[in-house]
Each structure stands twice: as structure tokens, then as C-alpha cells.
Design a protein around this ligand. Structure first.
Ligand code: HEC
Ligand SMILES: [Cu+2]
Length: 368
């Protein structure tokens, strides 16, 4: 008997509905177990939006469990129910079904609704972290090889070791790095930001549960990368926090506010700049944000293209509004510049010496 002659409806009778019922019960168990599972017992929730992120996570686990259970369940059932029988010809082909409009409609509509719900759910959380205006306490965290230090309003210099935060006050945390790319992850807050030299990535949250929570660097940043998890964030009642902060205010009263290894200082000398050395350096340090040296101003990557930066009639001024002279370009390389396009890192953040700046300017001059 040829397989083509089988009536598919016969096979979808009792067994199929029985399997469907079993899968539905399994799915229900998975959903209830996921919803009731106390995530915070494994990993405390130290701040808003940790609870919202856990809810999003549960929503994802619950819905993907249902998909998983049905897909795998039917896969197993169908491969048994429609297996090749010993009475079938060796080259028998299974029943071929085409164009089931109602099936196609449902497997389009259901995932579409699911994705829209997921999108709304995620954007609501993302909005609170990324889009809201800064409020409450504004703290800066700076990654180094291999530690973080922190800046607080009203405190000179930086504070090492621990990041203290008051409970129930909204916090805006700006992160960046001084040397290489690090990452700032506080599992108990469920938030993570890449720390990139020259860029500022911001997180917003409201600490709720006092305690000491691990900070982890999740970007391999050199030999002692694994040591960076030893630093903690301390969430404490407001009065305790204020005492801690005023302790640092007096301790750091004479500390320097200069960004470590940043820009500043007297203008670098451009004498003896070596264009060939500058060209090699450009390929290492600049093309990630400016693209090939032949890119014109409009061909932007992160920053503008730099071809003819010193001689472009369409852009006689640099992004900082100063005339395009070698000295003014050197000033941007030295101190960095933050404009409409974003952050051009300073020479410290880019890891440039004064000689490197002179070489780069000599090279940019040759692009005229
Ligand atoms: C992290 C990305 C990044 C890196 C790396 C970077 N730049 Fe920039 N650069 C920018 C951005 C962004 C701007 C524009 C800033 C603005 O106006 O918003 C800029 C602007 C400039 C300008 C001014 C251009 C103009 O038309 O006024 C010069 C010159 C420049 N960069 C040179 C360099 C050189 C040389 C290097 C390599 C040492 C470098 N940049 C590395 C992002 C970067
Ligand atoms: Cu690191």
C-alpha cells in the first residue's frame, strides 16, 4: 500500500488530541512553576528595575517553555505516529500537505502578538533605564586595569574600592573606562554597561535593598581581569550614605579633579611630526570611529570622515567651531571634544603621547 493513499485525518484522531492534552498540561505546569519560582532567592533584587527584569525573564522562560514543549512533543509524537511501517514500500513518501490557510494564519498571528507584547514589555523597562532624564544622585564609575574608581558630586578626585549608594534614591550612573574596554555588571541590579574609553554609557536605577553586592567586569581586559569582581556596591540607608560621602569630602578636600591621563596641559608641540608614523597610528587608533583616511566629512562612522580635514571648503571650521588649522586639530586630539556626533576621546583616553599627536597632525596634513 502506497503511503500517499493514507488519510491524514485518520491519524489525527485520538492519539493526537491525547498528546495535545498532555502537552497542554505540561505547559501549564512549566508556566506555573516559572511564575512561582523565587528568582530573588538565588540572586537578590537590590534595586528597581531588577524586579521588572526578572518579570521579563520569567515571561520569556514561560513562553519559550510552552513553545519548546509543544514543538518537541509533536516532533516525537509525529515521528512515531507517521513512521515508516514494515508494510510500506522502501521508497514510500509521507502525506504531503500544502496550503493550510488556517494553520498559516495562526502561526503568523500568534507569534506576531507575542513579539508585540514582548516589545512593549521590554521598551517600558528600557525606557526607564535609558531615556528618562537624569535624576537623584549622579555617580560616575571609571574602569581601569584592574579596578574601578568612582566620582561623586561635591567630592574632589576619585573614590576607590566601594561604590556606596543610598537606598530609595534614584541613581544615574555614568560609566566609562580609562585604558581598555571593561564592563560594569551588578548582577543583583540586573544591569550591565560596557565601559569604553571615550564613551559614556549610562544606567538608571533606584537601589532598594541595603547590602553589599558584587560588581563584575564582563569584558576580558587583561591578565588580572578576573580580580575585578572583588569590588562591591554598598547600598545603605540615606543617613549612613551621607556620613560616608562627607567623610570622603574632607578626605579628598585637596585631591585633584583632573581626569587621570586625560587631556589638558599646555598645547603639544607639532614640530617634527612624522606623517608616516601618524599614518600607521591612524590605522590603529582612529579608523574604528572615522573610517578610512579617504572618507570625506559626510562619510561618518562614529565621528566625521577626516579626508581633507585641514582643507575642506565645505567645512572650513572644525566640529568645535574653530578654524581648521593644524594647531586646532591638535587641540581636539589632545583634549577630546564632545559635540553633536558624540565623544571624540582625549589623548589620554586614546593612549596617545604628545609625539603621537604631532605625528597624527602631520599625517592629516598630507590628506589635503
Ligand atoms: C571613540 C570614537 C573616536 C575615536 C577612537 C577617535 N575619534 Fe576623532 N572624533 C570622534 C567624534 C565622535 C568626533 C566628532 C565630535 C563631535 O563633534 O561631536 C571626532 C572628531 C575628530 C576631529 C575633528 C574633525 C572635524 O572635522 O572637526 C578630528 C581631527 C579627529 N576626531 C581626529 C581623530 C584622530 C586622529 C583619532 C585617532 C587618534 C581619533 N579622532 C579617534 C570620535 C572618535
Ligand atoms: Cu575589566
Amino acid at each position: 500500500m502506497a503511503v500517499e493513499n493514507r488519510d491524514p485525518a485518520v491519524k489525527l484522531e485520538r492519539g493526537f488530541w491525547l498528546v495535545t492534552a498532555v502537552l497542554a498540561v505540561l505547559s501549564l505546569i512549566a508556566v506555573v512553576a516559572t511564575v512561582l519560582y523565587p528568582v530573588q532567592r538565588l540572586l537578590p533584587e537590590a534595586a528597581i528595575p531588577a524586579d521588572q527584569i526578572d518579570a521579563l525573564f520569567k515571561f520569556l522562560v514561560a513562553s519559550s517553555s510552552v513553545v519548546f514543549i509543544f514543538v518537541i512533543g509533536y516532533l516525537l509524537y509525529f515521528s512515531l505516529a507517521f513512521r515508516r511501517r514494515s508494510s510500506d514500500a522502501p521508497d514510500a513518501v509521507g502525506v504531503q500537505i500544502h496550503d493550510s490557510q488556517s494553520l498559516e494564519m495562526w502561526w503568523t498571528i500568534v507569534p506576531t502578538i507575542f513579539i508585540i507584547v514582548l516589545g512593549i514589555f521590554s521598551i517600558k523597562i528600557w525606557y526607564g533605564i535609558q531615556v528618562q532624564p537624569n535624576s537623584g544622585l549622579v555617580v560616575e564609575a571609571i574602569g581601569h586595569q584592574w579596578f574601578y574608581d568612582f566620582r561623586y558630586p561635591g567630592v574632589h578626585g576619585t573614590i576607590p574600592n566601594e561604590m556606596h549608594l543610598p537606598a530609595n534614591v534614584p541613581v544615574t550612573l555614568h560609566t566609562t573606562a580609562q585604558d581598555v574596554i571593561h564592563s560594569f555588571w551588578i548582577p543583583a541590579i540586573r544591569l550591565k554597561a560596557d565601559m569604553v574609553p571615550g564613551l559614556i554609557n549610562t544606567l538608571r536605577f533606584t537601589p532598594t535593598n541595603p547590602g553589599r553586592y558584587e560588581i563584575i567586569c564582563t569584558e576580558f581586559c587583561g591578565t588580572l581581569h578576573g580580580e575585578m569582581h572583588k569590588q562591591v556596591v554598598v547600598i545603605e540607608p540615606q543617613a549612613k550614605f551621607i556620613a560616608w560621602l562627607s567623610g570622603w569630602k574632607s578626605k579628598n578636600a585637596h585631591a585633584s579633579d583632573a581626569v587621570p591621563a586625560g587631556g589638558g596641559g599646555p598645547p603639544v608641540s607639532l614640530a617634527g611630526g612624522d606623517a608616516a608614523a601618524g599614518k600607521a597610528l591612524f590605522a590603529q587608533k582612529c579608523i574604528a570611529c572615522h573610517g578610512a583616511a579617504t572618507n570625506g566629512f559626510e562619510k561618518r562612522v562614529v565621528g566625521p570622515g577626516l579626508d581633507k580635514v585641514l582643507d575642506d571648503p565645505a567645512h572650513p571650521k572644525l566640529v568645535d567651531g574653530n578654524p581648521a588649522t593644524p594647531e586646532n586639530v591638535a587641540k581636539i586630539l589632545q583634549n577630546g571634544y564632545h559635540g553633536d556626533m558624540g565623544q571624540m576621546p582625549s589623548m589620554g583616553a586614546n593612549g596617545l603621547s604628545a609625539k603621537d599627536v604631532a605625528n597624527l597632525v602631520a599625517y592629516l596634513k598630507t590628506l589635503k
